[in-house]
Ligand binder design. Structure first.
Ligand code: 0X9
Ligand code: ZN
Length: 445
């Protein structure tokens, strides 16, 4: 279809009349009192042209305006500047208007979901069925609750007291423990390098929690066998499966798409700070919001969140031993290098890239899952105040990376539970290859 473009001024008017205020201020709830996404639609917008059309209007520019001025697309947190297709969720009251507008400007899109609540319900039903069948015990065939993960950590520590120890280094806004599981095949005598793994800093990214606990379990199994020549036994592992415990629980009980912490903002009705915009390095820069209702809210000040402040303090106390820092998110299948705050190169980019490429290659060899390696702004978008940047810039840990796990946009945060084990297996192979690369660089054997 050959659409007749609107003049730019008329476009601005059209955009300004689109608002999701209704579904933002008075959201729907399901029969269990949880946020319902009934009628929300997901569109995948691809091949957006950055060429000017006859009237000098850029399609990419239009998308940017739609994205930023109307709070239409806030639920998936996608940024139209990123490479690849942009997936957006649209509130029910504007679904038709937005689709008409896109068609008018000849911007190609496909409808991925006519009603996102259906996607959520079928994902949760599937998970709950497995959880019910497995009777509250830890496993990696379903996504687990915070309490189950904590008791599993307790049981590992009491079963293998010489190898597995636990430490609570802080507590969340709602007073859940910030807890690290330490695995040391030869006893943690303070002499070995530390590899840090964390998951769940973003609440809805369940696969990051599941993958990190999967890896912890694998490491414990191999440490118990006690082979001193096994690479994984040459380091001490410090693993925090839940960096944002309140947010994680909230995704089970109240809102499957919650991303932030659960602190209450002063002088606002909104809750939560994006814990990956709250770290005390370049705080407040690009890709952050000062609006407490937004999903990328940076918080009132650096490290305002107890989850972030306690993690910073804890990491500083062991920074000299940490040789590799990996934080796990989803989705997109990326292995990101700092800096993320802006398109600025780190001085040792080639060292970090080399290790990352070894990781991505080893990972891909397992199930053919492809990861793209590169600096954050070049392959995703700029984001200031991330844990990754703070770890590199303040704690001075050389090898610090962010994994964006499965998938590339089919199921997004609702990744089917039968992908936990494949994700865990391939990611662990990727991580061990990176450990090897880092050991080689530091000439540790
Ligand atoms: O926006 C983010 O915080 C991360 N993406 S996500 O979709 N999981 O929310 C990207 C963070 C980017 N970079 C680094 N931490 N380096
Ligand atoms: Zn994330």
């Amino acid at each position: 279809m050959n659409a007749v473009p609107l003049p730019a001024s008329q476009f601005a008017l059209t955009v300004n009349t689109l608002s999701c205020l209704m579904s933002m201020t008075s959201p729907n709830f399901d029969s269990n009192g949880r946020r319902s996404y009934e009628g929300f639609q997901v569109l995948s917008i691809s091949n957006v042209s950055s060429q000017n059309d006859v009237l000098g209007i850029q399609q990419a520019n239009i998308l940017q305006q739609l994205y930023s001025s109307n709070k239409l697309f806030n639920f998936l947190g996608e940024d139209p500047n990123r490479n690849g297709p942009t997936d957006v969720m649209i509130c029910p009251e504007q679904a038709n208007n937005v689709k008409n507008l896109l068609s008018t400007f000849g911007i190609p899109f496909t409808v991925q979901s006519e009603n996102y609540q259906q996607n959520i319900v079928s994902h949760e039903n599937e998970n709950n069925l497995i959880l019910a069948e497995s009777g509250g015990n830890m496993n990696w065939i379903a996504y687990q609750r915070f309490a189950t993960i904590q008791s599993w950590m307790d049981s590992m520590a009491s079963k293998y007291p010489k190898i597995v120890t636990l430490e609570t280094y802080g507590s969340s806004s709602e007073k859940r423990p910030m807890r690290v599981i330490k695995i040391s095949a030869t006893g943690n005598d303070g002499s070995k390098p530390i590899v840090w793994l964390d998951g769940g800093i973003h609440a809805r990214e369940w696969i990051s929690v599941a993958t990190v606990t999967y890896m912890a379990n694998e490491i414990i199994n191999r440490a118990v066998s006690g082979d001193r020549n096994d690479l994984i036994n040459k380091v001490d592992w410090y693993i925090v499966p839940n960096m944002n415990p309140d947010g994680y629980e909230y995704t089970f009980t109240n809102d499957r798409l919650w991303r932030k912490t659960r602190s209450k903002a002063v002088n606002s009705t909104c809750y939560g700070v994006d814990p990956n915009r709250n770290w005390d390095f370049k705080w407040g820069g690009k890709g952050t919001s000062n609006d407490s209702c937004e999903i990328t809210y940076r918080g009132p000040r650096p490290a305002s969140e107890p989850e972030v402040a306690s993690s910073q303090k804890y990491i500083l106390s062991i920074k000299n031993r940490i040789k590799l820092f990996l934080t796990f998110h989803s989705y997109s299948q990326l292995l990101l290098l700092p800096w993320s705050y802006d398109n600025v190169l780190i001085p040792d980019k080639s060292d970090l890239e080399k290790v990352a490429k070894q990781g991505a290659q080893a990972l891909e060899a397992v199930n053919g899952t492809k990861y793209i390696v590169g600096p954050t702004p070049q392959i995703l978008y700029s984001a200031a105040g991330t844990s990754n940047d703070w770890v590199k810039g303040v704690a001075n840990i050389k090898f610090a990376y962010t994994y964006e796990l499965r998938d590339t946009g089919k199921d997004r945060f609702l990744l089917p539970p039968n992908q936990i084990i494949p994700s865990g297996k391939e990611t662990f192979v990727g991580v061990t290859a990176m450990v090897q690369g880092v050991m080689d660089w530091f000439k540790i054997n």
